[in-house]
Design a protein around this ligand. Structure first.
Ligand code: 0R9
Length: 684
């Protein structure tokens, strides 16, 4: 490469960099070799280097987080960050990025140039060679200007060198042009002095990632490089980044082959491009930039509240994305919340704003925050969290003051924002309350008996439960029901007669325990009306004597254990048919013999033959029949079980006599009432 070549030609069209801090260059190291040595041409130094960078090649994941696409692009981030450091320190004004077709990537800056003086510790080597071949070497020579501590949070450019099949560095410094080449971290020769140059300075790094590490198909993605380069320009308004890409690679894509990124508006421009076309809560963004006195760092931010979208916070330290947030983000969150609450107090809204949290403030806001600090400390898996405590304090102070001013300066905007955030907090509380209810419901559902086929409605008013006897009736009822509003609880076998059972027997009875659990309202003194899960509790038994017996046992249970449930009018009896009557196209159901006789006389033609079939039980009915005759609210009849207020004692007495554990009382009752009894009819 000739010193008059185009190496830094790109810079001529750019702005001149300030020369203020350029150090006097010591005698350049003379080129030691004329040719380019092959890989096997190791000398003692190269073996030393190999040992130094060998861990990187052996375990790249430890240094760049893997060997995938993200890791590959980390190489670019590292080189770009070094160039950015030089720009942020005020020594470079432009950076040039070029992607070639065969995966060669070049980054050039117009900074001071990497120092080429002999290294104090290894006087035989230049500083440049040492930083290219020694892990974590950057800091040792760094005059302190480097703020990022290396793009990959300290791993340094030597890692890129170790993982590059080939890497070339050119430095223009002190009117001389220098060059050195490396392969897989090993110098292919000494630093060469190529000759004199005028009015140019800076560093160029050109490299091709090693296929041995990243695989033969790994290739830089132009769109990703483009985005990374553009975002750096947004983060530091004082730099111009020029993008070039072989047109063949981006043909047919949205990535242009050439672009210039220069955003003096900094984060404000960045946010404007991010939120382009989105509906905003306030017309203006809340933005600002404050340099700490004495050049000790700076804070820049841009925040906009969106009306429809979920929010995001993107934070950066020294232009490096801090994906896991950290102290700067924490400072911003606290500042926004406190300033907004202070404002709420000033405008007499402190009560409404009482429950507002940082999450409410940030829920729909797009926020960018960027800090520049010396010697930042990072933590986390990928060192993506800023830990420097100072950042939290500084950001909190700076943003709180500025937000106070912003809110006070435009009351209309502040009112809109405050309303918006308060609504978010109210909505959050509402959602939490709903979640609590559904969690409680879910917990209760878990405790429901296994054989209950519950309905999906959760409100008592919109749901009813059918207590049916036997699995086969339960099966028909499940098919016939409306799943949303009708639950089915099948009970198997005879129900315990609670009027004659001991307390122990009652407590041990699984059927009744299931029933109590399904209803959810407890029994006896523990009865809680508000917890009853169904508005109608419907006993549905066969329309025969056995069915009537079971119904009476269940009613007895409710009378003894949940009298309030009867008093409140929740207990019903279903009225299933006993007969089906057909005459030609005419059809009717009769619930008992008397009803059947009535229908025969009044509904059917008395001269014709009427077919009468008797249902053996609910389980034998087709689901559609059961639905139509007994369960469907619009067609069915229900009998409400009531106890007249003035007959409570008489009822208690009758239940005791009929159902109690004194057979002689029952016998007497039957003898007295036998004349009125109709064995097939249950009239309640
Ligand atoms: C194209 C990508 N650019 C770079 O990698 C790059 C590194 C770099 C640099 C310095 C200047 N420009 C750079 N570009 C530099 C110079 C001086 C002091 N610190 C930094 C100086 O002139 O005194 N360096 C980054 C690390 C080092 N230089 C060092 F460790 F070698 F000092």
């Amino acid at each position: 490469m000739s010193p008059e070549g185009d190496l830094f030609g790109a810079g001529e069209s750019g702005r001149k960099s300030p020369e203020k801090v350029t150090k006097p260059v010591k005698k350049p190291v003379a080129a030691a070799r004329s040719g380019t040595p092959g890989e096997a041409d190791y000398n003692a130094d190269s073996i030393e280097v190999l040992e130094g960078l060998e861990p990187v090649r052996r375990r790249p994941g430890m240094y760049i987080g893997g060997t995938d696409e993200a890791a590959l692009h980390h190489l670019f981030a590292e080189v770009l960050d070094n160039a950015m450091d030089e720009a942020v320190a005020g020594h470079a004004t432009w950076i040039d990025v070029t992607l070639e077709a065969d995966n060669w990537l070049t980054v050039i800056d117009n900074g001071r140039g990497i120092p080429v003086d002999p290294h104090p510790k290894f006087p035989k080597k230049s500083a440049l060679e040492v930083i290219m071949t020694t892990l974590h070497a950057g800091g040792k020579f760094d005059s302190g200007a480097s703020q990022t501590s290396g793009g990959l949070h300290g791993v340094g450019v030597s890692v890129v060198n170790a993982l590059a099949e080939k890497l070339e560095v050119e430095v223009a410094r002190g009117q001389q042009l220098y060059r050195q080449e490396f392969s897989r971290g090993i110098p292919l020769g000494k630093l060469q002095t190529l000759g004199k140059i005028n009015n140019r300075r800076g560093t160029k790094v050109r490299f091709r990632p090693d296929e041995q590490i990243f695989g033969p198909t790994a290739a830089f993605k132009p769109a990703r490089l483009f985005r990374m380069a553009r975002s750096k320009a947004y983060l530091f308004g004082g730099v111009e980044i020029r993008w070039h890409c072989d047109p063949a690679i981006v043909a047919g894509t949205e990535t242009p082959p050439e672009a210039v990124f220069r955003f003096p508006g900094g984060l404000k421009d960045y946010l404007a491009s991010d939120l382009e076309g989105k509906e905003l809560v306030t017309d203006q963004f809340f933005t600002g930039k404050v340099d700490k006195p004495g050049g000790h760092g700076s804070v820049e931010w841009a925040i906009g509240w969106m009306a429809q979208e979920d929010g995001f916070v993107h934070s950066y330290c020294n232009t490096i994305p801090t994906a896991d947030g950290g102290t700067h983000e924490a400072g911003m969150r606290v500042a926004l919340l406190r300033a907004l609450k202070d404002h709420a107090e000033r405008v007499g809204q402190s009560k409404r704003a009482g429950n507002v949290t940082t999450d409410d403030v940030l829920a729909t806001c797009g926020a960018l925050i960027s800090v520049f600090i010396r010697e930042p400390e990072f933590q986390g898996q990928n060192k993506g969290r800023l830990m420097s405590q100072e950042a939290s304090r500084v950001v909190d102070g700076v943003i709180r003051d500025a937000f106070d001013h912003w809110l006070a300066g435009s009351p209309a905007q502040a009112a809109k924002l405050l309303d918006w955030v308060i609504e978010r907090s109210e909505e959050r509380l509402r959602r939490r309350a709903e979640k609590d209810v559904s969690r409680k419901t879910a917990v209760r559902k878990l405790r429901l008996p296994g054989k209950l086929a519950d309905c999906s409605n959760t409100s008592m008013a919109d749901s009813e439960i059918f207590i049916v006897e036997g699995d086969s009736a339960g099966g028909s009822a499940k098919q016939a029901r409306d799943r949303a509003s009708q639950a089915i609880l099948p009970l198997r076998g005879k129900i315990l007669n609670v009027a004659s059972a001991t307390k122990d027997k009652l407590a041990a009875n699984q059927q009744l325990a299931d029933l109590v659990q399904a209803l959810g309202c407890g029994t006896g003194k523990q009865y809680r009306a508000a917890e009853l899960r169904y508005g109608k509790v419907i006993i549905m038994t066969d329309a025969d004597v056995d069915g009537a017996h079971i119904a009476s046992l269940l009613i007895t249970f409710f009378w003894r254990q949940m009298p309030e449930l009867i008093d409140a009018g929740h207990l019903y009896l279903a009225v299933p048919p006993l007969y089906k009557l057909t005459q030609g196209a005419k059809m009717a159901y009769a619930r008992n013999d008397a009803h059947k006789d009535d229908l025969l006389k009044s509904y059917f033609n008395t001269r014709g033959k009427v077919e009468i079939s008797r249902f053996k039980g609910l389980g034998e009915m087709m689901a559609a029949q059961l639905k139509e005759t007994t369960m469907q609210p619009s067609k069915r009849s229900l009998l409400k079980v009531i106890v007249l207020a003035d007959q409570k004692d008489a009822t208690a007495d009758s239940v005791e006599r009929l159902m109690g554990n004194k057979p002689e009382a029952r016998f007497a009752f039957i003898s007295e009432n036998a004349q009125f009894a109709d064995s097939e009819v249950l009239d309640i």
